[in-house]
Design a protein around this ligand. Structure first.
Ligand SMILES: Cc1ncc(COP(=O)(O)O)c(C=O)c1O
Length: 199
């Protein structure tokens, strides 16, 4: 019986033009482009061009592109390496409940090291409810136990003000009843705050 290979997250056959482009660097110009000796010269320029091209594809700067040897290495670098460089408390991460171990294991380790991690559940089809992600990232009105959302930081609010803030987002999935409920909750909260402040 003919089989169909569907695991393209794990590995894919290389496109013929990729093989052709790579061959000179596997055969003749095999030097490490980061080395200080002459063998580094030939691969250095194409490597820089590949970095520029990749950055252009995803709207990033070339200096933001880090090539790794595998997805596991990339995920560890993003989840543990960056946290280590920036400090674990500074960023909240939101993996899904059915992540590959290359994501779930470094996320678990990050939590063990004191990092802030919220695992978002999925339904029986592996689907995520947008509201769960919003609440988990602090985009929704949350209990104040996570760091303020990055949006509030970008708006220039101080840490204390951002933690105090109630940010309401309206999106495709927002229902009129949800807007009414949010408005009613805001009025109640404002009354409670006013009474607490002025008696
Ligand atoms: C979704 C997903 N993420 C990560 C990996 C790990 O990739 P790598 O073997 O390149 O480390 C795999 C491998 O199957 C995968 O399917």
């Amino acid at each position: 019986m003919a089989s169909i290979y569907l695991d393209y997250n794990a590995t894919t056959p290389a496109a013929p033009e990729v093989v052709v482009a790579l061959l000179p660097f596997l055969r003749e110009h095999f030097g490490n482009p980061l080395s200080a000796h002459a063998y580094a010269d030939a691969p250095r320029r194409p490597m820089a061009a590949a970095r520029e091209d990749t950055a252009h594809l995803i709207g990033a700067r070339a200096t933001e592109i880090v090539f790794t040897g595998s997805a596991t290495e990339a995920n560890n670098l993003a989840i543990l390496g960056v946290a280590r460089a920036w400090g674990h408390a500074r960023r909240h991460i939101v993996p899904f409940a059915i992540e590959h171990p290359a994501v779930s294991e470094p996320a678990r380790r990050r939590q063990e090291l004191g990092g802030s991690v919220t695992v978002v559940p999925v339904d029986e089809y592996g689907r995520v409810a947008p509201g769960d992600v919003a609440a988990a990232t602090g985009s929704a009105w949350h209990a104040g136990d996570a760091a303020p959302s990055g949006v509030l930081e970008v708006m220039g609010l101080s840490f204390e003000r951002a933690l105090d803030a109630a940010r309401l987002s309206v999106g495709h999935d927002t229902r009129e009843a949800e807007i009414d409920a949010a408005a009613a909750t805001l009025i109640v909260a404002w009354r409670e705050l006013t009474i607490a402040e002025h008696g």
